[in-house]
Design a protein around this ligand. Structure first.
Ligand code: FES
Ligand SMILES: [Fe+2]
Length: 391
């Protein structure tokens, strides 16, 4: 495996927490504790109604930059990957200068799908399988067979159709269409500073897996917006690492950030010591429209939610580690973490709970879901969604 692109480029990686990350840890330690006496509800229709789902697809997933995955998914210049989870056929590639580009995966001749590469492949050009029109990694039409049969064709205007993209904080964001006018400042700034502090851009992609979850995408998000379930649903997996419901949260624009206290006590920890802080606090980010990033003490999971229908969601889970495993022991260590988080905690617990929730809601038994004092992060998330839909 090649060194990650960011490593190869020597990307600047902060090795200290940001002031926002420290502030949340202080809030966990010093309080005041959040008011846990608040109760609210979310209507079941928010998860079930097909019209509501269409509005979310159009205005959220069609109106904001889409987080596709970590920069490490395209590890080196001259690598290419296809991506279809959002219903937009994308051809993602890193050009020879290392710049990320996102094109529609369709030939400008007669529209043929150009490539199928769910895993990254090396590429020096893109060749249409039908009539062999050849495109460069910058998207330009370079050559076509029998060009004299297309008199007057201006190759300069027949390049691949591009979607605007951005890389920030070690994450890849793409506009939800070639003509979409979206605000990439939502991906940059303070959010990217936090991810730079975690060193995301220099990390190695250890594993990725796409789960097909039979639930509304918001039921998956909900599972990462409250800590009430951690000691219960995860009693046989990660409950032993965490305090019960001790967390603090805030916002970065429309995105949410939380610090969840791990067992061991926050007092006496030097919060400027990043390794010590990460051993005692797990940071989680709920990114709109639909992604979750969880920073465990020595690795990061990123989950990208791709809604397929009101009751079905694809969730791609990426696990990022500081560097490729160098020994069999290191490999075994990361394999165990991957099996615990992706296989058990997410796959067999959180996603299963989302599926069980969807089935229960479809029965009509619960017209309004009840949110207790430790679950108000869910209420805040749904309020954001409502506000974005009302724009
Ligand atoms: S459709 Fe691509 S070369 Fe003809
Ligand atoms: Fe969970």
């Amino acid at each position: 495996m090649k060194a990650s692109f960011a490593n190869a480029q020597g990307a600047a990686v902060a090795r200290a927490p940001t002031s926002g990350q420290i502030r949340l840890a202080e809030q966990c330690r010093d309080g005041p504790p959040p008011d846990t006496s608040i109760i609210s509800t979310v209507p079941a229709s928010a998860y079930l109604c097909p019209d509501r789902f269409r509005a979310e697809k159009e205005r959220l997933f069609g109106g904001m930059p889409l987080l596709i995955g970590p920069s490490a998914m395209l590890p080196a210049p001259g690598t290419m990957l296809t991506h279809d989870g959002f219903g937009l056929p994308l051809l993602l590639l890193r050009d020879p200068e290392g710049r990320l580009r996102a094109f529609l995966n369709a030939c400008r001749h007669r529209g043929t799908r150009l490539a199928d590469a769910p895993e990254p492949v090396e590429a020096s050009q893109i060749l249409c399988p039908y009539h062999a029109w050849a495109y460069g990694l910058d998207g330009r039409l370079k050559a076509l067979p029998r060009p004299e049969t297309f008199p007057g064709l201006d190759k300069a205007v027949m390049g691949l159709v591009e979607c605007v993209s951005a890389e920030a904080g070690g994450l890849v964001w793409v506009a939800p269409g070639p003509s979409a006018d979206v605000d990439f400042s939502l991906a940059r700034g303070l959010l990217a500073e936090d991810f730079d502090a975690l060193g995301l851009g220099g990390m190695h992609l250890y594993a990725r897996r796409t789960h097909r979850v039979a639930s509304n995408w918001k039921l998956v998000m909900d599972a990462f917006l409250e800590s009430y379930h951690v000691q219960r649903l995860h009693r046989n997996s990660i409950a032993r690492f965490f305090e019960d419901g001790l967390s603090a949260g805030d916002s970065i624009g429309p995105h949410m950030r939380s610090a969840v206290a791990r067992l061991g006590g926050l007092s006496g920890v030097d919060f400027s010591d990043w390794a010590a802080l990460r051993r005692i606090v797990t940071y989680a980010y709920q990114l709109l429209p639909g992604a979750i990033l969880i920073a465990s003490p020595d690795y990061v999971n990123l989950m990208v939610l791709m809604p397929q229908s009101a009751g079905e969601t694809l969730v791609e889970d990426f696990m990022l580690i500081p560097q490729p495993p160098g020994t069999p022991e290191e490999e075994a260590h990361w394999r165990k973490s991957w099996a615990l988080l992706d296989g058990k905690v997410f796959g067999a617990e959180d996603f299963m709970a989302a599926e069980a929730g969807q089935r229960g809601l479809e029965s009509g038994a619960v017209p309004d879901l009840l949110l207790g004092g430790l679950e108000q992060g869910i209420a805040g998330f749904h309020a954001r969604i409502e506000a974005l839909l009302a724009r």
